[in-house]
Design a binder for this molecule. Structure first.
Ligand code: SF4
Length: 217
């Protein structure tokens, strides 16, 4: 089976370090992880800049702010009305549990379970928060990684998330490596391995079942 550390090395050679997650503090990462759902990062950056200017990038301030004021700040993101309410819920959850520093004392399964109880926080968002905000060694599984994992295999069959997680963690299990991998897989998905793969231009085509087949055709 192809090793994900080798995939990562090849992608690192192509794209270089990605320096994720760009943010000033833990709460900003958490907010960004929720806002980036179905939204391009540049639009998240605009929303975060507005939240910052309005003084709302604080969990206690955000939970007490009216939803309309939050909506105004995050209009650049998709589903901003839904996300405004979800940001308030997430902020309220953080405050209820003593703030981000107190949350950091929870075990990874405890924190994941708590995050998943917040409306709008699914497994991908929870795992991104765990990895980038709290430096926990978790594999963030998104559509880019699912698609890549499927295409890397000879039969291109769908692979359950728990098997992808085990596959990645077999060779990358540290925070720094998992941080870089998630960012690199997204860069790779956007450049080469989108819905229609551009295999001739791909840095990992020699490792990839789909890429080899395309080049042999
Ligand atoms: S060779 Fe093609 S299918 Fe395989 S990872 Fe690269 S772009 Fe994706």
């Amino acid at each position: 089976m192809i090793r994900f550390d080798q995939v990562q090395d090849a992608l690192l050679g192509e794209f270089g370090p990605q320096h994720w997650w760009p943010a000033d503090d833990v709460f900003e990462i958490i907010v960004g992880a929720l806002l980036v759902q179905r939204t391009a990062w540049r639009n998240v950056e605009a929303a975060i800049a507005h939240l910052k200017t309005a003084g709302l990038l604080d969990p206690d301030v955000l939970r007490r702010t009216g939803v309309e004021a939050i909506e105004q700040c995050i209009k650049s993101t998709g589903f901003f009305r839904t996300k405004a309410g979800r940001l308030k819920n997430l902020a309220a959850c953080i405050v209820k549990h003593g703030g981000t520093e107190s949350l950091a004392s929870l075990s990874t399964p405890e924190m994941r379970s708590l995050l998943l109880q917040v409306d709008g926080v699914g497994p991908e968002t929870a795992d991104a928060i765990l990895l980038y905000a709290f430096n926990r060694p978790v594999v963030v599984i998104d559509e880019y990684l699912r698609r890549l994992a499927r295409r890397l295999t000879p039969d291109r069959a769908t692979i359950p998330d728990n098997r992808i997680r085990a596959w990645v963690a077999g060779t990358i299990d540290d925070v720094v490596g998992l941080n870089e991998l998630h960012a690199l897989v997204i860069a790779h998905g956007k450049k080469s391995c989108g819905r229609v793969p551009d295999c001739p231009q791909c840095a990992i085509r020699s490792m990839c079942g789909t890429g080899r087949t395309a080049l042999e055709a």
